[in-house]
Design a protein around this ligand. Structure first.
Ligand code: BGC
Length: 719
């Protein structure tokens, strides 16, 4: 008898297309109809760019795209067209005008909104552009924790706290997938620096990982239900993440019950057998000249019984089931028109809510008294900065400042064409607004001196594949100092990928963190400055005062010959960001959770109780000022007996909009895992019985108000 794997029936069974059947049943029927070659082909993805370095392959790939996985035409199974990333439909290397797309603000800005429904709307918008651009897989949902403030990819992620990052990124994923396409949560796991990202071996113990970086992924997966997960380039405890049985098989698939598929980061596959047996389901980013680990090599490994056939079937089942379950099969993607005007409103709404007012000594919002305004620096006359690398979206209008950054990967540096200066002028038609580029310190100071208020824009480009010192480049600190000497009413607007040091902080009257604000960043910044928008962004990451306050003041770089691994031990464990600062008693420049408003809020009636085993916290927020505003209530939890990595963790949060004089009673439930430690011997989280302090506060440093609650012991299985 011939094995069924080699038989190609003349008329293939198309029963799998029956929409009445469940995705599991359909996947099974499809799998059974596939030849071995067809199975191998849906688990192998190619770099999508049609360039000389990619041998101009795969005409079916979308232009300048991240990836392409061939379909199975004989059986009517769709190809997989993959695009980056979390801020919108990205284009590799450069974009002709027809590939320009709406850019959401950076992920860290969206996290700063603390507003999951808004993040979901942004996700739905970029997902719709992915679909309209012919993509059915969006490589978006970056949730690596901000452990290293200098990480060049912090802008893509959701900050330093597992609850906030997981919730916000999960919301974006939900939005993307509402378009019947697959989203990919990445980079699993502990891929927290770019320096030596393919050689770094992160060492961390399991309990710490489970309540920090892994918890961020777990929460994002619970909220977003992503179809796929991308494993990362680095090693974790001695094993590459993409062939890490612990991460992929035990944690992700077994403990968390993940039913989707695991794809490699582009080229992160290393070993045919280990990748296959340790939980990888799809290799991606294959270049003709590059390495691939499956196809004929996997077929041979199966023949030699090094990989069971059932493992290949499981990979294929996971891939096809996911595409069916998410709707990408029954609702095939096809290029369509994009409503750029409507999408501009979506990205602007996100930007307006995620810009953080860090400091305000009575200078903002701008008033009628600010007749003469000196705007200086940061190319604010033409655009706003964005982060580089595979996530780069080319926004409508092209590059505002051509020729910056390297021509090759990960360049160029892209300023999007959305001018804060122009937007300020239209917001404030009666004011005289002057412009100085900032390249001439004397001229900048001169303009500031003649003005009622000076607004200095400063920028730091960050990108995938590089890490950065957390100091503003190009002598911009000196520019701020010079302007602040000339005018006491100096406001600094930062466009950065993550936290930076502010040696000039005491000399300035106002500081605004605008992150990379996306393709409508200009008007969003202008409207926050003018007061048309009342700022409500809050930091998703701690801004240190000095480098010495960090667990690792210097990024560890490889020292050995090319390709050798190097260890970075996360001695801080789960004490990431504010948890580290709280444990050490360090005072940051700006705390996690901090963010000012043009109105004032009061918090009252704090109470905590256990109901059906869940910790419920209730309180009232009132707007005690004169403007409509949004408050972010933050609930921190602390065990009276200690025993955590830090004296406090964020346990829950809620954002609420209030008219002047209005109050609202709110109740939040604390995720029990945030009250627990992870105990590997039980394979479970455990809440220790005893007294806990519940604090309602405006930031991780704010004393706020507290109540005490007694919790019974509780053991929580990982899922
Ligand atoms: C990045 C991924 C990205 C992939 C495809 C890799 O360099 O790390 O985040 O999805 O390329 O562009």
């Amino acid at each position: 008898m011939v094995s069924s794997a080699q038989v190609v029936p003349a008329a293939p069974s198309m029963a799998w297309l029956d929409k009445q059947l469940s995705p599991d049943q359909r996947a099974e029927l499809l799998l059974n109809a596939m030849t071995q070659e067809e199975k191998l082909s849906v688990i192998t993805g190619y770099f999508g760019v049609q360039a000389e370095w990619n041998d101009y392959r795969f005409k079916e790939a979308r232009r300048q795209s991240a990836g392409f996985v061939p379909g199975v035409p004989r059986l009517g199974f769709t190809p997989q067209w993959q695009t980056d990333a979390g801020s919108g439909v990205a284009t590799q290397r450069e974009a002709p005008p027809d590939l320009e797309r709406t850019a959401l603000p950076s992920g860290i800005l969206t996290a700063s909104t603390w507003n999951p429904p808004l993040a979901e709307k942004g996700g739905a918008m970029i997902g719709s552009e992915a679909r309209a651009s012919g993509f059915n897989v969006m490589l978006a949902g970056g949730v690596n924790l901000l452990r290293e403030p200098g990480n060049g990819r912090n802008f893509e992620y959701g900050g330093e706290d597992p609850l906030l990052a997981g919730t916000m990124v999960g919301a974006v994923v939900r939005g993307i997938q509402s378009n019947h396409i697959v989203a990919t949560v990445k980079h699993f796991a502990l891929n927290d620096q770019e320096t030596g990202r393919e050689q770094i071996n992160v060492l961390i113990d399991e309990p710490a990982a489970r309540i920090s970086d892994l918890l961020a992924f777990q929460i994002a997966i619970e909220h977003g239900d992503p179809g796929s997960i991308m494993c990362s380039y680095n090693l974790v405890n001695g094993v590459y993440a993409c062939q890490n049985d612990f991460l992929l098989n035990q944690v992700l698939k077994q403990d968390w019950g993940f039913k989707g598929y695991v794809m490699t980061d582009w080229g992160a596959q290393h070993d045919t057998v280990l990748n296959a047996n340790h939980g990888l389901d799809q290799e991606t980013g294959v270049l003709k000249t590059g390495k691939y680990v499956w196809l004929d090599k996997l077929a041979a490994a199966i023949r030699e019984n090094k990989v069971p056939q059932s493992r290949l079937d499981d990979m294929v089942r996971r891939v096809v089931r996911t595409l069916i379950a998410k709707g990408a099969v029954d609702d095939p993607v096809k290029p369509a028109a994009i409503d750029f005007a409507a999408h501009a409103r979506v990205t602007q709404a996100d930007a307006e809510e995620g810009i953080v007012l860090l400091k305000n000594q009575g200078v903002l919002p701008l008033t009628a008294k600010d007749q003469r305004i000196a705007v200086i620096g940061g190319h604010a006359d033409v655009g706003v900065l964005s982060g580089g690398g595979s996530a780069q979206v080319y926004a409508p209008g092209g590059i505002a400042v051509p020729g910056l950054g390297s021509k090759d990967w990960p360049g160029p540096m892209v300023y999007m064409r959305s001018s804060p200066l122009d937007a300020l002028r239209s917001e404030l038609p009666k004011a005289t607004i002057t412009w100085q580029s900032g390249s001439d310190l004397k001229a900048a100071a001169g303009a500031a001196q003649k003005a009622d208020i000076a607004i200095v824009f400063v920028t730091q480009w960050t990108t995938e594949s590089l890490d950065f010192p957390i100091t503003l480049p190009d002598e911009q600190d000196q520019l701020i100092a010079a302007v602040a000497r000339a005018n006491k009413r100096t406001v600094v607007v930062l466009e950065t990928g993550g936290p930076v040091l502010m040696p000039w902080l005491e000399q300035t009257a106002g500081v605004v963190e605008a992150w990379y604000p996306g393709s409508q960043g200009g008007p969003a910044i202008a409207r926050v400055l003018s007061g048309a928008v009342n700022p409500s962004g809050h930091l998703p990451a701690t801004f240190p005062r000095t480098l010495e306050q960090l667990p690792r003041p210097k990024t560890t770089a490889p020292t050995g010959p090319e390709g050798t691994h190097f260890d970075v031990r996360y001695d801080e464990g789960a004490a990431v960001g504010y948890r580290w600062f709280a444990k050490k008693g360090f005072e940051p420049a700006f705390a996690f959770g901090h963010g000012l408003s043009y109105t004032t809020f009061a918090q009252s009636k704090l109470a905590a109780r256990v109901e059906q085993g869940e910790l419920k916290v209730s309180f009232t927020i009132s707007n005690t000022g004169k403007r409509v505003g949004k408050s972010v209530a933050q609930v921190y939890v602390s065990p009276a007996a200690g025993g955590w990595e830090s004296p406090k963790r964020l346990g829950a949060f809620a954002k609420v909009e209030l008219a002047p004089g209005a109050s609202e009673a709110l109740e939040v439930t604390v995720d029990p895992r945030l009250l627990a430690n992870y105990e590997p011997q039980r394979k479970a989280f455990r809440i220790a019985p005893g007294a806990y302090r519940i604090t309602l506060a405006n930031s991780a440093r704010d004393a706020g108000q507290s109540v005490s609650v007694t919790l019974p012991e509780r053991v929580i299985a990982p899922k």
